[in-house]
Design a protein around this ligand. Sequence first.
Ligand SMILES: Nc1ncnc2c1ncn2[C@@H]1O[C@H](COP(=O)(O)OP(=O)(O)OP(=O)(O)O)[C@@H](O)[C@H]1O
Length: 298
Amino acid sequence: MGIPEKAYFILNPKSGVKSSVNVPALIEAHLDHSRWKYELLLTEHAGHATQLAQEAAAQGARLVVAVGGDGTVNEVARGLLQTSAALGILPKGSGNGLARHLGIPLVLPQALALLNKPTFGRIDSCAINGHPFFCTAGIGFDGVVSSAFANSTKRGLSSYIQLVVKEFRSYQSQMATVRVNDHELTSDFFVVAFANASQYGNNAYIAPMANIQDGLLDVCLIRHVGLAEALQLGYGLLTKQIAHSNLAEFHTCATVSVHSEQPLHFHADGEFVGLANAFEVQMFPTSLEVVAPADQLI
Ligand SMILES: Nc1ncnc2c1ncn2[C@@H]1O[C@H](COP(=O)(O)OP(=O)(O)OP(=O)(O)O)[C@@H](O)[C@H]1O
């Protein structure tokens, strides 16, 4: 048997709704200690996980595991870009979009079993105005929702849906121009979404055909919609049927830019970033090493 390699677990104690789960005890009980010599680190504030991940990689970690939701995964993953440490995920968030896309078990002992016999592969990462994302980013209504969610103390799917409905009532679509593959498309967009992975989280598929290892972004354009169409879109998201809807238009590309008169809300991996009039979205092929089930990786 070989010498155990170094793994770090970076736990966001504020993530998710299942706060009663004792994750440190699960790690101690289920991790193979002959495979991994581990340290557990707790985040103390937003953004801390990036610094902890960078330090772990600098200490020679082979594996850095994000224990949290997509916000924590994003912070850890961005700290691992251009290092020789791979990202692992113990999904503890409410949406868990990247974990679901990669087929990582949502049951923590099973996710730990995957780390005990890891398969490594490389995935693409992207950035919107320089902010890295690994799952999805978006401009427009989904940016507004991420902003409202950041200001809300409630968590979980039902509060999220209530918030979406509330925001939809007051939302005004804005004119914007999207430049993609030498085309210029101007419209009053409801959402301009950029998908590296196929889903937002909670199995809401914004780009069901997105491949996280193909070096391409999937851009989903949704023009102004009324209530009936919004419900149709919601149904399409949850049934993986959005690509068959005439309400959504898809493009695949390596880069895309968006301009608007009015500043628009935007998010990266569900975290509200801010407002801007001009956006550049870039793709960095195979820039992050991850652990995922072998049948999910090339
Ligand atoms: N110690 C901390 N105190 C407060 N906030 C923190 C702390 N550590 C991390 N955060 C912030 O918590 C936010 C939410 O984390 P995360 O996205 O992982 O959980 P979630 O929102 O429950 O899950 P999901 O994104 O899957 O819905 C992140 O923006 C992160 O920056």
